[in-house]
Design a protein around this ligand. Structure first.
Ligand SMILES: Cc1cc2nc3c(=O)[nH]c(=O)nc-3n(C[C@H](O)[C@H](O)[C@H](O)COP(=O)(O)O)c2cc1C
Length: 192
């Protein structure tokens, strides 16, 4: 029996009624056996990346983010699309998490999803995110791809994800993330 896989979920939106945050909460309920999801809520408290701050010692909010990523077996990122790309608040968090020493996001197994009120469900933002994670040398789940378009029609007013096909594909994504994380863990053990 494998050890449980602990996932840190990050939604790239600060909006109270965020569809991306709601999708992450749905993932928590849809998680397969052996996978648990904690949701990071600190995105809005992170300072803007400033290398002078880094040189003086990571601010406490940044240390907390870095510690939580380091402790997780995998990341699950739900991104909105802002102007065809990743929202600045999400990029800011990734920039903080990518700095040495022991940059916690490097080689971290990761899966993406995204929700948008438009039809394309953040497809362009996710393409950019994938490119960023190439630099992180991270084993990213390639399939399924999860683009939650027309998000307003797929969530109830209280944020519950009501669209069954979306619930099913999120379940498949989480299973694939679990496989990625277990694969990365066994490679580390084999090298030890
Ligand atoms: C500054 C800004 C830019 C946006 N640009 C896009 C875009 O390029 N493509 C798109 O599909 N939606 C775009 N949207 C709409 C967002 O996808 C939509 O507001 C979404 O619900 C935001 O995610 P959230 O619900 O998690 O906050 C934009 C919204 C904002 C505020």
């Amino acid at each position: 029996m494998s050890e449980p896989v602990h996932v840190l979920g990050v939604a790239g939106s600060l909006r109270r009624g965020s569809y991306n945050a709601a999708a992450l909460r749905a993932c928590r309920d849809l998680a397969p056996h052996g996978l648990s999801i904690d949701i990071y809520e600190g995105l809005g408290a992170l300072p803007h990346y400033n290398d002078d701050l880094r040189a003086a010692g990571f601010p406490p909010a940044v240390e907390d983010l870095r510690r939580r990523i380091r402790a997780a077996d995998a990341l699950l990122i739900a991104t909105p699309e802002y102007n065809h790309s990743v929202p600045g608040v999400l990029k800011n968090a990734l920039d903080w998490a990518s700095r040495p020493p022991e940059a916690p996001v490097m080689r971290k197994p990761t899966a993406f999803l995204g929700a948008s009120t438009g039809m394309l469900g953040s497809v362009r933002a996710q393409a950019h995110l994938r490119d960023i994670f190439v630099f992180f040398d991270a084993p990213v789940v390639n399939k399924p791809e999860v683009f939650i378009g027309a998000a307003a029609s797929k969530f109830a007013a209280d944020g519950t994800l009501t669209d069954e096909p979306t619930r099913a594909i999120l379940g498949a994504l989480l299973q694939a993330l679990r496989d990625r994380a277990l694969g990365a863990r066994s490679r580390v053990l084999a090298q030890a």
